[in-house]
Design a protein around this ligand. Structure first.
Ligand SMILES: *Cc1c(COP(=O)(O)O)cnc(C)c1O
Length: 470
């Protein structure tokens, strides 16, 4: 197979061509600050989007980006939320929702905890199988994360284990956890109905970390709108980007105001600087929001494209022994795992596979032979070398060998998140485990999934994987 000249990246930002217009507007109006018309408009658009119904099949297929046609097929759109999402779902709960644009997804998680009054001595239940940004803000607040493992269908928080954890914390500390953070790993919606049910029975608010799940849906509704708060991220590799940014979906106008107050250094209403609370500098810049407005014009296309790739990968891997595609119960991609009575619809931010531990992969005997020099994802050139090749928990050697083979073939792939309860920094945090996240961590690999990945790329990636299986 022909090695591509350009590296095939996991999820690369893709510009619509509309971004510069909104950035230019910000310069023209001299709004080069962390507030302004782009921020307000971007929030309005996000609010509109999170209230939108499932696009019709025709509309989604119309947006599906076949072969080489994408991304050139996208024409200039007007960023008009009422045209993009003309018919919001008629639901009073959704109508009240408000969105605050912030500097990052991490700051959105942090402000949700602040808004819920999480402080020193509190415990917050958090899905263990996630990126560190879900749980680190708990520590910023002086509280303790209590990690809960995942179920095998969606790889997200196991509702039964959640209940067990809450009961045990009550028995051990006499206090119930102050909040529950659920995550939509790789975009896959978790068992949110069951989780909300447990949360309601114990009266604990839910924060949905939908940083990876922008536009994923559960029973037709956008993820991030089910709990008290919903977190979105617009980092460079997420579903859409503002270069860096995030948002918090708030339950109503009052809480939106509260969150904006904390996001702008908690300034009290006086003609001089009066501070009665500790605040943060977390608002999104008007320039970045301009990028966001441009990106909103292609959000539906991005989701359609990720879902299109998912179908291609699912189909291809169904024919390869020893490799399992993670469809997680999405009704179209993996009907076999569809949960009873609920419709799961992932945005397939990243497509993931797991390798049977018995599967032989070329070069497996040399996996982990040398210590790597950079952090995963590059971390913007920051180097914090350990000089070690091993930790006490790492992906199986066949997974590492496949990652290296893809790398040699100019394809980026990455191990799945290493569970938080296995991270040295969290060694003292309570954890309720069932082995699922550790098992997936050892077997899992994330594959290129972004808007710049073509059908031909998928063929090449699958072909390269096949070529390296013994
Ligand atoms: C990316 C991500 C975040 C944080 O978003 P940033 O915008 O990078 O701060 C939070 N949670 C999860 C699960 C993520 O993947």
């Amino acid at each position: 197979m022909q090695r591509p000249d350009k590296r095939i990246i996991l999820c690369l930002a893709h510009m619509s061509g509309n971004e510069m217009k909104y950035i230019q507007e910000a310069f023209d109006q001299n709004w080069v600050v962390p507030l302004g018309p782009n921020v307000n408009k971007f929030e309005e658009e996000l609010k509109r989007f999170v209230s939108s119904p499932v696009p019709s099949k025709g509309a989604e297929e119309g947006n599906t980006l076949h072969a080489e046609a994408y991304p050139q097929s996208i024409g200039p759109h007007e960023s008009d939320p009422e045209k993009l999402w003309p018919h919001p779902i008629d639901d009073p709960h959704l109508k009240d929702k408000q969105v605050v644009a912030l500097a990052s997804g991490t700051s959105a998680v942090h402000l949700a905890l602040v808004a819920l009054g999480v402080g020193p001595g509190d415990e917050v239940v958090c899905q263990s199988f996630t990126f560190c940004a879900s749980s680190h803000p708990v520590v910023y607040q002086g509280a303790t994360p209590v990690f809960v493992d995942s179920e095998a269908d969606t790889w997200n928080m196991d509702p039964e284990l959640l209940e067990e954890a809450i009961r045990d914390r009550l028995a051990k500390t006499g206090k119930k956890p102050k909040a529950i953070i659920v995550v939509y790993l790789y975009g896959m919606p978790g068992k949110i109905a069951e989780i909300l049910d447990v949360a309601a029975r114990y009266g604990i608010p839910v924060i949905e970390d939908a940083a990876e799940g922008l536009g994923s849906r559960y029973d037709g509704r956008v993820c991030g709108t089910f709990g008290q708060y919903g977190v979105l991220s617009f980092n460079g590799n997420k579903m859409i980007t503002t270069s860096g940014g995030g948002a918090l979906i708030c339950p109503n106008e009052e809480m939106k105001n509260q969150v904006m107050f904390y996001a702008t250094q908690a300034r009290e209403a006086f003609p001089y600087y009066q501070h009665e609370k500790i605040g943060f500098n977390y608002r999104l810049s008007n320039i970045c929001a301009g990028i966001g407005r441009g990106q909103m014009t292609v959000l539906d296309e991005h989701i359609a494209h990720h879902r299109h790739l998912a179908k291609l990968y699912a189909e291809a891997f169904s024919k390869i022994d020893g490799v399992s595609y993670h469809g997680g119960g999405d009704v179209e991609v993996d009907p076999a795992h569809a949960p009873q009575g609920h419709e799961i619809r992932s945005n397939f931010w990243l497509n993931t596979i797991t390798l049977d531990p018995a599967l032989g992969v070329r070069g497996q005997e040399n996996a982990y032979a040398t210590a790597v020099k950079g952090a995963v994802g590059g971390a913007a050139g920051v180097v914090h070398q350990t000089g070690r090749a091993h930790t006490d928990l790492e992906p199986n050697t066949n997974v590492e060998a496949l990652r290296m083979a893809l790398d040699m073939a100019n394809v980026e792939s990455r191990p799945v998140w290493k569970p938080m309860h296995c991270q040295p920094v969290y060694k003292d945090a309570p954890a309720y485990t069932n082995g699922v996240s550790v098992s997936v961590f050892k077997r899992g690999l994330c594959l290129p999934s972004g808007p710049l990945v073509t059908e031909k790329d998928v063929d090449y990636i699958v072909g390269t994987i096949k070529d390296n299986i013994l």
